[in-house]
Design a protein around this ligand. Structure first.
Ligand SMILES: Nc1ncnc2c1ncn2[C@@H]1O[C@H](COP(=O)(O)OP(=O)(O)OP(=O)(O)O)[C@@H](O)[C@H]1O
Ligand SMILES: [Mg+2]
Length: 363
């Protein structure tokens, strides 16, 4: 027997393991702890020495573009793939050594929806519930409760193949809740959903966190989603966590960086004006939204006046100037120097000013 195994057995002999884990969570308040978690595929480092903690009851977001390493991180935490290097514990259990214990604590909602179209909602849930060893005596009641939670009670006896994508995704999430996990791992829970369904799923995620105190880790490439749902956000890019904090604190990184973004409406906007603004020393970039609106990202205390003066010098008729609040997109651009590489969610990234300026000036 390996010394490691002997140690685990002797520890469990002295104290019940579950008791040990319980004490550890209660004392530290930490549900997930990753230390230098790394996954390499041949030559590619998909997840690169990632370290973070998730507190009990928290919604923690891993936000990053396509290929950043989100799914790979989730798969390691879900014990579906082993780390190449580093460690992680869930509820005090090691994801490699105690993988069976970890699986009892977690529910996983993966990117792909696994559901049998020809079975009804109830039949699907019954099937998966039995697969997760949920006792028959409680399963019926739990299925009813979960269907009620996602407002699908009326469709209990309908085939899942007839459901809308939003209904299917809500089914996908409650499937992961059948064994009442302490911890829910959600990989891109609203991917491919229409806006209305996305709102429903997000509301549901909030609800289970609030009502069941379920700790949640979710991945998303949608800044808005991370902003709306997560207590804290880890921004991941090229396998590395490059920033980790609350949304408000992350935004302070940008607003404290002496950068500004102005949205200008110029009635007689010309390409010459755009080029002129672009050529100003204080200006980082200019993007044109439509025939009259531009967004200007600039640096420095004098940038506001310099930009306005140059537009006026070109006889530009300024209808309005807005100084916008930072978004997580700005944070991403500020930290990485590049835009989120996802076309579907692409918005124009902007930078903001650290000094207080009226939010909206109309001239
Ligand atoms: N099984 C695998 N074999 C080889 N490379 C892989 C494997 N799984 C993932 N990768 C690579 O690892 C990197 C991270 O992939 P991962 O799926 O974790 O990213 P992601 O952040 O979830 O991206 P997406 O937003 O597209 O879902 C990518 O470059 C991907 O091609
Ligand atoms: Mg993914």
């Amino acid at each position: 027997m390996h010394a490691e195994q002997e140690k685990i057995i002797s520890d469990s002999w002295m104290f019940p393991t579950t008791y040990n884990q319980l004490v550890s969570i209660l004392v530290s308040g930490v549900m997930i702890e990753t230390r230098n978690l790394t996954k390499k595929f041949n030559g590619l480092t998909a997840v690169d020495h990632v370290s973070f903690n998730v507190k009990k009851g928290e919604i923690f977001g891993l936000l990053g573009p396509n290929g950043a390493g989100k799914t790979t991180t989730i798969r390691m935490l879900a014990t579906l793939t082993r780390p190449t290097e580093g460690t992680a514990t869930i509820g005090g259990y090691d994801i490699v050594k105690d993988d069976n214990e970890v699986r009892k604590l977690i529910g996983l909602v993966s990117e792909k929806i696994i559901m049998y179209d020809r079975l009804t909602a109830k039949e699907n849930l019954w099937f998966f519930g039995r697969l997760y060893d949920v006792p028959k005596e409680v399963l019926n009641e739990r299925i009813d409760e979960l269907l009620r939670l996602v407002q699908l009670s009326n469709w209990k006896n309908s085939q899942v193949g007839t459901f809308s994508s939003g209904m299917r995704q809500r089914m996908n999430v409650i499937r992961a809740l059948l064994n009442m996990p302490e911890m829910l791992l959600l990989d891109e829970p609203t991917l491919g959903l229409d806006p209305q369904s996305s709102v429903e799923v997000r509301e549901f995620v909030k609800k289970i966190n609030r009502e069941n105190k379920t700790t949640i880790i979710l991945t998303t490439h949608m800044m808005v989603e991370a902003d709306m749902l997560c207590d804290r956000i880890g921004i991941i890019d090229h396998g590395k966590i490059i920033a980790l904090d609350t949304s408000a604190n992350l935004k302070k990184l940008v607003s404290g960086a002496n950068t500004t973004v102005l949205e200008l409406e110029i009635a007689n906007l010309t390409t010459n004006m755009v080029s002129l603004i672009q050529s100003l020393k204080c200006v980082n970039s200019v993007s044109q939204d439509n025939s009259t609106h531009i967004k200007v990202h600039a640096n420095g205390d004098e940038s506001f006046d310099t930009i306005i003066d140059s537009v006026r010098a070109e006889k530009g008729k300024i209808n309005s100037v807005k100084n916008l609040d930072p978004t997580l997109e700005d944070v991403f651009l500020y930290i990485t120097g590049h835009e989120v590489r996802d076309k579907a969610d692409r918005k124009i990234p902007v930078r903001r000013h650290k000094h207080s300026m009226p939010r909206s000036r109309v001239r």
